[in-house]
Ligand binder design. Structure first.
Ligand code: FES
Ligand SMILES: [Fe+2]
Length: 413
């Protein structure tokens, strides 16, 4: 099927053809045009690779990447593919090397910036074989990425066309990202889960401020977040990046009114309490009254603050209907023991079996199953109107429309 045969519905960003969530040709085009195109994608925490020779592996879409701390003290990133015959150069998730990167297949050796340093049997044996004289090491390095930092986070791109990272993130979203990444981070733990749905169904879910207090009854029941509390959504000019935030703990409608509203839409369970209330005991750490802030950077990076639970999420496509969701739970250098304990406890809200995020892991697959055979039909995204502007309400799908606004021109739709 020709990808370009896909005609976007005339209603623009308020209609999304279900075909984009399952079509292998659409998926293939996304890998090329989005993930290898002019977008910045999260690679690492800057302080995760402290010493020259430290490295980790990750992905731009499905393309394997190795990120290193070079001899020069700088972060480098390369496609994790040997320039000889295409083998993976780094096989481990994370490690340290004292003699550059060596491919196991025929021992081509690269420095930490991906430059080819030596080729085994380059001069042959006893005057026979070996590489021709025309072979130049300098012509056969690993493919290099552009990298850039923001708020202690390292991003990479393979495109020369991507604007500077700070410009790509934008002022408002950048400020909100800096708000959470307020000090030197430390990784408290990581989890990874497979979502049996297209990656964009998860990204839509993250940007969907409207579902949170309906699908997640834990939020509503225990008053972690309700739409009747203050808050809003900020969407970047290009649409692709967003932040949603809940302001304060008090309901703008008053507790009784709010209970009534949620009771009538049946997303609240009366009379429940937590056996261990410490789970929701949070402290103010950001110097404002924002209790929940969810932020995304196009196309596949998320930063979450739910009370004192801070986590990065990386949404990695693994085929048209499979996605790996990586969670990186963070604390900060100035945390005391009680704060670390609090963050770990509150991390039970999220992750593969989180009290809140478990539903997000399930609902994408429910959608995926329901849209089989409906490739010609489309969703309806009109909550809060038709545009993708920032708003001081979360009863809106503006940031989802923003995602499609950024997605369509890159894909040629
Ligand atoms: S494929 Fe890497 S050295 Fe041959
Ligand atoms: Fe959710």
């Amino acid at each position: 099927m020709d990808t370009h045969a896909l005609t976007w519905p005339k209603d623009g960003n308020t209609r999304v053809p279900y075909r984009v969530f399952s079509d292998p040709d659409v998926y293939r085009t996304e890998l090329d045009r989005l993930f290898l195109g002019p977008t910045w994608q999260y690679l690492a925490l800057a302080n995760e690779l402290p010493n020259p020779g430290d490295y980790k592996t990750t992905f731009l879409g499905e393309t394997p990447i190795v990120v290193t701390r070079g001899e020069d003290g700088e972060i480098h990133a390369m496609v994790n593919r040997c320039a000889h015959r295409g083998n993976l150069v780094c096989l481990k998730r994370q490690g340290h090397t004292d003699d550059g990167l060596t491919c196991v297949y025929h021992s081509w050796n690269y420095d930490l910036a991906g430059n080819l340093k030596s080729v085994a049997f380059r001069r042959g044996i006893g005057g026979k074989g070996g590489m021709p004289d025309s072979f130049k090491l300098a012509d056969h390095g690993m493919r290099k990425l552009r990298t850039d930092h923001f708020a202690g986070l390292v991003f990479g791109t393979l495109s020369e066309e991507a604007p500077p990272l700070a410009e790509y993130i934008g002022n408002e979203i950048g400020g909100r990202l800096g708000r959470v990444m307020r000090a030197t981070p430390k990784v408290l733990g990581t989890t990874s889960q497979m979502l049996h749905n297209n990656w964009k169904l998860y990204v839509e879910n993250v940007k969907d401020t409207y579902h949170a207090t309906l699908l997640h009854t834990f939020f509503t029941t225990f008053r972690v977040s309700r739409l009747t509390a203050g808050g809003g959504v900020a969407v970047s000019e290009g649409g692709g990046n967003h932040t949603s935030y809940t302001r304060g703990r008090a309901d703008t409608l008053g507790a009784a009114q709010s209970d009534k509203l949620y009771a009538s839409i049946q997303s609240m369970r009366d009379g429940l309490s937590l056996t261990d209330p410490r789970l929701l005991e949070s402290t103010e750490e950001f110097g404002d009254d924002i209790t929940v802030q969810i932020l995304s950077v196009f196309p596949n990076f998320v930063v979450q603050q739910i009370h004192n639970s801070v986590a990065l999420r990386l949404v990695l496509p693994k085929g048209p209907t499979e996605t790996e969701l990586q969670w990186i739970y963070l604390g900060f250098e100035d945390d005391d023991e009680a704060m670390t304990e609090r963050r770990l406890l509150q991390s039970n809200l999220v992750g593969p079996a989180g009290y809140v995020s478990m539903e997000d892991g399930a609902v994408g697959n429910f959608v995926q199953r329901a849209i089989v055979g409906a490739e010609g039909e489309h969703s309806v995204i009109e909550m809060g109107g038709f545009d993708h502007r920032s708003d001081n309400t979360r009863t809106t799908e503006a940031s989802i429309r923003g995602f499609w606004h950024a997605y369509r021109p890159l894909m040629g739709y």
